[in-house]
Design a protein around this ligand. Sequence first.
Ligand SMILES: NC(=O)c1ccc[n+]([C@@H]2O[C@H](COP(=O)([O-])OP(=O)(O)OC[C@H]3O[C@@H](n4cnc5c(N)ncnc54)[C@H](O)[C@@H]3O)[C@@H](O)[C@H]2O)c1
Length: 357
Amino acid sequence: MIPKLNILPFVSVDHMMKLVLKIGVERFLVELAGYIEDDFRRWQLFDKTPRLASHSAEGVIELMPTSDGEVYGFKYVNGHPKNMREGRQTVTAFGVLADVQNGYPVLLSEMTILTALRTAAMSALAAKHLAPVGSDCMALIGNGAQAEFQAVAFKALLGIRKLRLYDIDRTATEKCFRNLAGLGFDLVACSTAQEAVEGAHIITTVTADKQYATILTDNMVGSGVHINAVGGDCPGKTELHRDILLRSDIFVEYGPQTRIEGEIQQLAANHGVTELWQVITGSVPGRRDPGQITLFDSVGFAIEDFSALRYVRDQLTSTGLYQELDNAGRSRRTARPVWHAAACRGAAVEQGCHLTT
Ligand SMILES: NC(=O)c1ccc[n+]([C@@H]2O[C@H](COP(=O)([O-])OP(=O)(O)OC[C@H]3O[C@@H](n4cnc5c(N)ncnc54)[C@H](O)[C@@H]3O)[C@@H](O)[C@H]2O)c1
């Protein structure tokens, strides 16, 4: 695809935003969900490990690696709550794909935006397999950075039109409402989480709190509902009351990681859960009856990031939305010595040429 062996395509934040605009956010989410679904169908091929977290007093830095035997990928992502006070983002992320045969990186991409897209695509994909048939109303609790992506993904993949928004911060709901207005939603701003879940077929919780929070209590969840729990994704950070978990059929991405990070950290280590790939491949049923409460205990897993990077890589040739980084060396037989390049550069500068890289 990229003809020069030493060139590593780099997708910056600016290029990622242009890519999403060019493709269209709904089409991007649908196609990305398709890539995730394809990779979940070939689940057994992948190396799998819970993410590797390096905690400090100020935050966490995590690595999320995987490989399908032909392509290796990883995401680097941090979480530093104090950053906001210093004018920095709480979370930044980038990812790499590499060729397993020769170890050369083949893509370097920003993943701060891409993570929000893949999280939303994953949520909607899970709901496609688990939510009640004919769902058209979703409660969206937590109206921050992820929320709008979730809303658009559920519209694109499930046809959700009615959204009931709630956030403890009224200004977050107002901003979310404004940004989603005009996109074909029927929007209601609610004053409590209880009000938000009334009449909803799907409940998405996507709040940020560094503790065992109780965004939903047991009495708020009626039979037949699908819960998409996104915000509880760290040890000591959950959103649902434990009793809800005990009434639900629980679906996870990768059990060993979700037991550490997800809602199910509140349950016994042997509590039964189903990995979503089993539903996607048809080996285990998803929703079995209309009264069942299904819960997608989302934490975000390396294979989803791998799928997202694979999707971005496949868009590069047709869009040209990347920069070229001169990253890899050529073989010793063909490469010129380093001093030769340096000498050329010196000669060019003497002749008044300015080399830019
Ligand atoms: N599962 C995944 O794959 C995945 C991926 C990305 C982010 N996340 C998680 O999603 C969550 C949301 O991320 P974000 O980037 O949107 O954060 P954000 O800080 O932009 O927004 C979070 C919102 O939650 C609200 N909130 C906090 N406590 C609340 C409560 N009790 N009731 C209602 N609203 C409440 C806040 O006011 C804020 O508006 C975070 O916890 C993040 O770690 C999960």
